[in-house]
Design a protein around this ligand. Structure first.
Ligand SMILES: Cc1cc2nc3c(=O)[nH]c(=O)nc-3n(C[C@H](O)[C@H](O)[C@H](O)COP(=O)(O)O)c2cc1C
Ligand code: SF4
Length: 663
């Protein structure tokens, strides 16, 4: 796209020139808010640690996140500030950390416009026009008068100047995703009659102000190729506006997509194709500057395809680097990184205000404790249960140099997580299970599938330290008829139920994440589903971004009936009796009743295991220890526990007792 011959040496490993700078390779760590700042907008030590890891992990350019240029444009309580000279010192710590790691440092500048709320910023929000963002229950913004719009233009320039003083090598103007600049670009949100009614004017002025503030610095723009809503901007219109705004004179154009009303294009889930925005990004090539592409570029093959075949000049990688900060170095070496499964747990965590974690990376939100220095010989470790928590425990344990064995009574790795990977909402979930399988192999962990180790068997096992990653059984309430063959606990049903011929109708009792995902899966196969939920909506436990597509499908599908605020009172062979706020209801039919009401929270299996093996240290992890619900939490707990767990009385290893073949 930069005039280089198409396909000529355009691989992730080759350098690319952006303005006066040359990036050592074509992988850019995307700007990502992760609640890594304090409430004052100053980066924490963990922020430094993370950007340093990204730099050391091989990405040529590492961004911080969308930093707000004026206080009334702050969207989130822990967003990075660059609105005041007081912010420079904190940003400099990030720049230094990135530079020490060997990468260039980028700052992205934003104003939230109507997406900022008084509750967070302390100010009445401002926007091109008074159009509230109903999708986030946004405040009705004040219409910017021309003088205030001009002030904001200057604020972008001032923020760029501060960023460069703090050590930024690259400035990216955030004109994507529905924030203030995109509000000026879009006819949905810019209803003005003055000169700012021309969608190109505000951006043109911002570009000029930033250029003037930091002459010689590499400056580019991030833009949504399309808004992704029926009345929103498409690719051609966006290209034309950018052209008129003078984006052709910039040093790069970084192409993303979507807006808050169509968040599936901002952080696409695994249901959407890998590298999906690359085709749209081609439309920006004629503007002149090098073009970058973001969106579901999560493996080496997609990275190379987007660069070589789609003609992108660089790739901007977000979640894959959140999952593994060394992703870049690994794909360049041909090693498998810890894979992002595109679940959007991270995107939804932003709303919590807590440091943003990751389903597959237990270190994303907080560094793990350092392993204590070994005092004596390392214990041998038995991990019982090969769900994600067990897999993490086994890999961590082996990486610490402990002989490790993992057993599972089923014939596969990954537990119910692997079974859920068969649901159409989760097509990428298998990737992390596959990755663990490879890692177990490389670390020499002995894997015994189809092996039940019941509490009574523990005393006879060789290992001193037993990690119980057995999860918890699902709860089936003791209502009349609960014992009928048509009633199945949902995760037990998943084991085989997805491959077996489906019935024509199902009742799913429990509209939590799992119940809703199964209902969605069944409905997509033409099965009639009645979803009985305790709350007002299906999947209330899931964040809005992760459930955007399945929830829309469940609502639209005529074959799905959702009964809110409801519970099942009794089940008969040909009827299910439901109580709702509106009264009682009988669902006729003989199809399966799948129960998804969460785990049976009893710690009885662990107590039994401890009682049966008094000479051993038996330590539960993940759901078995009450840290379940979300895989991210279970995996983190497993990692932390294994690092710190030790047998009460370490004993010397006796080779003659050893079974199995691992080193
Ligand atoms: C937790 C989270 C925070 C994000 N914050 C920003 C941001 O500050 N600025 C921005 O332009 N995009 C942001 N994004 C979007 C990413 O930069 C990226 O474009 C998007 O995740 C798609 O790329 P990926 O599939 O590689 O993750 C964020 C995404 C996530 C998941
Ligand atoms: S939380 Fe999910 S989507 Fe986000 S980086 Fe981790 S695996 Fe990827």
């Amino acid at each position: 796209m930069t005039g280089e011959p198409r396909g000529a040496a355009r691989t992730a490993a080759t350098p690319v020139r952006l303005g006066a700078l040359t990036l050592a390779n074509r992988v850019v760590a995307a700007p990502m808010e992760r609640n890594y700042c304090g409430p004052d907008g100053v980066p924490t030590g963990h922020y430094e640690h993370q950007v340093s890891a990204l730099a050391r992990g091989g990405s040529a350019l590492v961004y911080a996140e969308a930093a707000y240029v004026r206080a009334d444009g702050r969207v989130r309580p822990r967003q990075l500030a660059i609105d005041d000279d007081g912010a420079i010192a904190g940003v400099r710590r990030l720049a230094d950390a990135v530079h020490r790691g060997g990468a260039l440092f980028g700052m992205q500048l934003v104003h939230g416009g109507r997406l900022a709320r008084a509750e967070v910023s302390g100010f009445t929000s401002v926007a091109p026009s008074p159009v509230a963002a109903t999708v986030i229950d946004g405040d009705l913004p004040l219409e910017l008068d021309a003088a205030d719009a001009a002030d904001l233009v200057e604020r972008f320039g001032a923020a760029a100047r501060r960023s460069v003083r703090a050590g930024a090598d690259v400035i990216s103007i955030h004109a994507a995703h529905g924030y203030l600049i995109s509000q000026f670009l879009s006819p949905r949100t810019n209803l003005r009659a003055d000169r700012y009614g021309d969608p190109a004017v505000f951006l043109r002025e911002v570009i000029a102000a930033v250029r003037a503030a930091v002459p010689g610095t590499t400056v580019g723009v991030r833009v949504s190729a399309y808004e992704g809503v029926p009345d929103g901007l498409g690719v051609d219109e966006t290209v034309q506006i950018l052209d008129r705004a003078g984006a052709g004179g910039l040093d790069f154009i970084d192409v993303s997509a979507g807006c808050y009303e169509a968040g599936q294009w901002i952080t696409p889930t695994g249901e959407l194709p890998a590298g999906l925005h690359a085709v749209a990004a081609r439309g920006f090539a004629d503007l002149g500057p090098p073009v970058g592409v973001a969106g579901r570029i999560a493996d080496g093959a997609t990275a190379e395809h987007v660069l070589r075949d789609e003609g992108a000049d660089f790739i901007t990688v977000g979640r894959a680097l959140h999952a593994d900060p060394s992703w870049t170095a690994k794909i360049l070496r041909g090693e498998p990184p810890r894979p992002c499964i595109a679940c959007n747990y991270c995107a939804d965590m932003l709303r919590t205000g807590e440091p943003v974690g990751c389903t597959v990376n237990p270190e994303a939100h907080e560094a793990l404790p350092a392993a204590p220095a070994p005092d004596g010989e390392q214990p041998d470790v038995l991990v019982v249960g090969a769900g994600p928590a067990g897999l993490e425990a086994a890999c961590r344990s082996a990486a610490l140099g402990r002989r490790t064995r993992i057993v599972d009574r089923s014939d596969h790795l990954g537990g119910t997580f692997a079974l859920a990977a068969g649901l159409h909402e989760y097509p990428e979930y298998h990737r992390i299970v596959d990755w663990y399988a490879g890692r177990l192999d490389r670390l020499g962990v002995l894997v015994e599938l189809g092996t039940e180790v019941a509490p009574g068997d523990l005393a006879g096992q060789d290992e001193d330290l037993v990690i119980m990653a057995t999860g918890l059984p699902g709860l089936v309430p003791d209502v009349p008829g609960a014992g009928l063959p048509r009633v199945r606990e949902l995760t037990a049903w998943l084991d085989g139920g997805l491959c077996a011929p489906l019935d024509s109708e199902y009742v799913v009792w429990g509209a939590d994440r799992d119940g809703a995902a199964v209902a969605d899966h069944l409905a997509a196969r033409g099965v009639r589903v009645v979803l009985v939920g305790a709350g007002d909506e299906p999947a209330e436990d899931v964040g809005p971004r992760a459930k955007l597509l399945p929830l829309a499908r469940l609502r639209a599908d005529a074959g799905v009936e959702f009964l809110p605020n409801a519970t099942i009172e009794s089940i008969e062979p040909d009827a299910v009796h439901v109580r709702t706020f509106a009264g009682r209801r009988v669902i006729s039919g003989t199809g399966p009743v799948l129960v998804s009401l969460g785990p049976d929270g009893s710690g009885a299996p662990i107590q039994a295991a401890r009682a049966a093996a008094p000479g051993k240290t038996v330590t539960p992890v993940g759901a078995a220890a009450g840290h379940g619900g979300w895989t991210a939490i279970a995996v983190r707990h497993a990692a932390e526990t294994v690092i710190t767990a030790r047998p009460t009385e370490p004993r010397r290893h006796d080779e003659s007792q050893r079974k199995g073949n691992h080193p």
